[in-house]
Design a protein around this ligand. Structure first.
Ligand SMILES: Cc1ncc(Cc2csc(CCOP(=O)(O)OP(=O)(O)O)c2C)c(N)n1
Ligand SMILES: [Mg+2]
Length: 544
């Protein structure tokens, strides 16, 4: 077997289901093996950042590995921001990057796509991946690949695999699948006992879930834990959409000063937050009116379990969850009185009223109520705040790293991964960055529905700095361009037009739909309004 084929088989054995790629001469030999072997389907896009976002969304949707293949230098360095986003948001990506072969690397010439040195690519990626390897030795490569892929899965973070182009066809043994890294079962038991003692003693504990419960495949088990413990469940900003289909009473997303007061109070007033998979980021907890004292919380994330001031190290989240479930038989859940669930906007009146940003979630919630949850992908911008107003439904979004450009490519990756149509929410500014990837949909046989929240501005910038003139983008008339790219464009300005366009978009399969949702510059969702007012108030208070 060749190194290339063994690598492809290993990726599939570790949970990869597809590859997103753009070739270049340094990785062409591998592309040849990808296409000829058909071990994993190859989906090409137009610009490398989109590969990263698509692979990231695919990994988040199928809970496997997201894989992208890029050429050396120009290709790989083009995907750095998307990989950084995946690193920050614990998404397991494998970057297959070409690199020069042994002879050419020592030819005495500097090579095309090379930066400071042949190793620059490896050095740059070492900052945004949890492990890296260059496959320059076919004897050691199988164990190196096995190590890197296990780390990718167990840390749920990106890894880099460099394939020198003179190595792809080298004979190589199969890649083993290493057993999961061991952990100390006694430490897990002690941590679970300590957690339960604190939970049973607490007056108003609350469970807070974040992305690691999806990344490590424990969403359903965490839902069962919430049911048995009878705890109210909040998601973090990043974790919005989690447990949406696991039959648990979700009490909304913690948004601090920007959230519904009764939802915010569930965490702010709790004497014991039980935080599973939580990234302690500013977007998750920075909008709290009171500085969160995490020492009063139980926190399990990044293979660490924290109780007050002390820490249990190297404990997988799944092991802790199972140990807790073993200690709470199904019927024994304490009967706590749970608070009422939050209200969500609904009941859009389809009349001639001009659209406002708040109508977006209202109309989509009507759709969710009538037809059930759907896979929603959001970009960064006010569209993400609209997503916070939706009824529980699966959501993929850059809620922490907060990069623009994620939405459309991620919607493509999500449909590739699930076979289900994605609904993408994206602002006009972010659409300018990567929205044109929609032009690949006819060739790829994909038909996402994309709602462009077109306020002709970088509204989030204006929300935080109202005097910025640079935020004005003008009106690009995206719907007119949709038809040229092989899709269907709908430009809507009133509630009735939006309802009609949405119904038509869902009714037509086989073509991507672009609904251009027109609102005036300065208009924003109620959630973004509360968020920006809250941030300004907190900053003003901190400045005193
Ligand atoms: C890659 C990158 N570059 C800049 C920024 C900084 C930013 C965050 S939000 C925003 C404006 C987004 O405008 P859009 O029209 O898409 O959405 P809306 O606010 O609803 O009008 C910018 C420029 C980020 N986050 N990522
Ligand atoms: Mg905008």
């Amino acid at each position: 077997m060749t190194l290339g084929l063994a690598l492809l088989r290993a990726l599939k054995n570790h949970g990869a289901q597809e590859i997103f790629g753009i070739p270049g001469d340094f990785i062409l030999p591998l592309f040849k093996q990808i296409e000829e072997s058909r071990i994993l389907p190859l989906h090409t896009l137009s610009h490398e950042p989109a590969l990263g976002f698509a692979a990231d969304a695919a990994a988040r949707m199928h809970c496997g590995l997201g894989v992208m293949a890029v050429t050396y230098g120009a290709g790989a360095l083009n995907v750095v921001n998307a990989v950084a986003s995946a690193y920050a948001e614990c998404s397991p990506l494998v970057i297959l990057a070409g690199c020069p072969g042994e002879v050419e690397a020592h030819s005495g010439l500097v090579l095309h796509h090379q930066v400071r040195s042949i190793d620059s690519q490896l050095r740059i990626f070492s900052e945004i991946t949890c492990d890296q390897v260059r496959l320059s030795n076919a004897d050691t490569a199988p164990e190196d690949i096995a190590r890197v892929l296990r780390n990718c899965r167990e840390y749920s973070q990106p890894v880099l695999i460099e394939i020198p182009r003179d190595m792809t066809l080298q004979p190589m043994r199969e890649v083993p699948v290493l057993p999961p890294r061991s952990f100390n079962a006694e430490a897990v038991a002690e941590a679970a006992d300590e957690w339960l003692a604190r939970i049973h003693a607490a007056k108003n504990p609350v469970m807070v879930v974040d992305v690691e419960v999806r990344r490590f495949g424990v969403e359903a088990r965490v839902a069962e834990l919430a049911r048995r413990l009878q705890l109210p469940v909040l998601t973090t900003f990043m974790g919005r959409g989690l447990l949406a289909e696991d039959g648990v009473d979700l009490h909304g997303t913690y948004l601090g000063v920007a959230g519904a007061p009764e939802t915010t109070a569930l965490l702010d007033d709790s004497d014991l937050p039980v935080m599973l998979g939580a990234i302690l980021s500013d977007s998750n907890f920075g909008v709290s009116a009171q500085r969160m004292d995490f020492r009063r919380a139980l926190i399990a994330a990044h293979r660490e379990v924290r109780v007050g001031h002390h820490m249990y190290h190297d404990i997988p989240l799944a092991a802790l969850v199972e140990a807790l479930l073993e200690r709470i038989p199904p019927a024994s859940g304490a009967r706590r009185t749970l608070p009422p669930q939050p209200e969500y906007p609904r009941g859009l009146v389809a009349d001639d009223t001009p659209l406002c940003a708040g109508d977006l979630s209202r109309a989509l919630n009507d759709r969710i109520l009538a037809h059930g949850p759907m896979n929603i992908v959001s970009d960064m911008g006010d569209c993400l705040f609209a997503a916070m107003e939706l009824l529980p439904t699966p959501l993929v979004a850059p809620g922490y790293y907060a990069t623009m450009g994620f939405g459309v490519p991620a919607g493509i990756g999500a449909q590739v991964a699930t076979g289900e149509r994605s609904l993408v929410l994206v602002g006009d500014g972010a659409f300018q960055m990567t929205g044109w990837e929609l032009g690949n949909c006819p060739r790829l046989g994909l038909d996402p529905i994309v709602i462009v929240l077109n306020n002709q501005s970088w509204e989030m910038i204006r929300a935080f700095q109202t005097e910025s003139q640079c935020a004005a983008l003008g009106d690009w008339r995206f719907a007119d361009m949709a038809n040229v790219l092989g899709g269907r464009g709908h430009r809507v300005t009133t509630r009735k037009e939006f309802k009609t366009a949405l119904d038509a978009a869902f009714a037509e399969r086989g073509r991507f739909q672009l609904v251009e949702f027109m609102v005036p510059p300065g208009d924003s969702t109620p959630t973004l309004q509360r968020f920006s007012e809250g941030i300004r108030a907190l900053r003003a208070r901190a400045a005193v």
